[in-house]
Write a protein that binds this ligand. Structure first.
Ligand SMILES: [Zn+2]
Length: 266
């Protein structure tokens, strides 16, 4: 049943719907103002999440948040009024659109880190084809790191590969390669000592303990180079990581369509 509670602003920023058929208000535009329905408890989490986002992002408070919806009469968290689909964020000089992930991975992962601080379920670009153009967030699951949750392992693998220079296969499986890279990253970032990470259980426990600190570091690192200018579709970008990410971007764009088989919306 549709909750009575409504939301039209997130931490002071108007929410717009951008899934109209017209080019002027279609996906990737600023859309048009919308009033969403969700539970009051879920709204409280949304407000806190976006307050933190404006706080940690160097661009500050956005002008518009675009969405594909909150309460929707379909199975899952949306029908409970406990889910929100984030399409984009618009500042006066810069637009962030979820579908552009291959071209702005750092910024994307920084946004996701803030979402993960507040919501247990976050489904992203790599989760499946249906989530390439938006973040799905809901609060049906607990926050934190669980290696049995594919969406959380994907995020870990994405930050290892694209933000912390310890590349692994981004396949959602917490295997030996991901474990080794996670250990290296935790030690290098001084989130754990090598002695505290001996054995699989110790790694799981440590990831659980430092998860929120790690999310904070992801947001800082991902937003570090955020400036008002939107990144070019392609262009001069000399750092080795940036060059590597351009290669990944090309691979991702080729792979599109291969993911429909996997996963489903929580
Ligand atoms: Zn959704």
């Amino acid at each position: 049943m549709r909750p009575e509670n409504t939301v039209a602003e997130l931490a002071g920023v108007p929410v717009h719907y951008d899934r109209y058929r017209s080019d002027a208000h279609g996906y990737g535009t600023r859309g048009r103002p919308v009033t969403l329905h969700c539970t009051a408890a879920f709204e409280e989490k949304l407000q806190a999440c976006f307050e933190e986002l404006w706080d940690v992002c160097p661009l500050g408070r956005a002008e518009v948040v675009t969405t594909a919806g909150a309460y929707v009469d379909k199975p899952g968290a949306h029908s409970k009024g406990r889910a929100f689909d984030l399409d984009g964020l618009f500042w006066s000089e810069r637009a962030f659109v979820a579908r552009n992930y291959p071209r702005e991975r750092e910024f994307y992962l920084a946004v996701e880190a803030v979402l993960r601080k507040h919501f247990g379920t976050v489904l992203n670009y790599r989760y499946n084809a249906a989530h390439r153009d938006h973040f799905h967030i809901d609060d049906l699951a607990q926050r934190g790191f669980y290696k049995s949750h594919r969406s959380r392992v994907l995020f870990l693998q994405m930050i290892l590969t694209h933000l912390f220079e310890t590349p692994v296969a981004v396949d959602g499986i917490f295997g030996p390669e991901t474990s080794e890279a996670a250990r290296e990253m935790l030690v290098r970032r001084e989130l754990a000592s090598p002695g505290a990470l001996a054995g699989g259980e110790a790694l799981d426990r440590t990831l659980g303990e430092v998860w929120f600190d790690l999310l904070g570091e992801v947001a800082r690192a991902g937003f570090a180079d955020a400036t008002a200018a939107s990144p070019p579709a392609s262009g001069p970008d000399e750092t080795p990581l940036a060059l590597l990410n351009q290669v990944y971007a090309a691979i991702d764009e080729e792979r599109v369509g291969g993911w429909e088989k996997t996963g489903r919306e929580a």
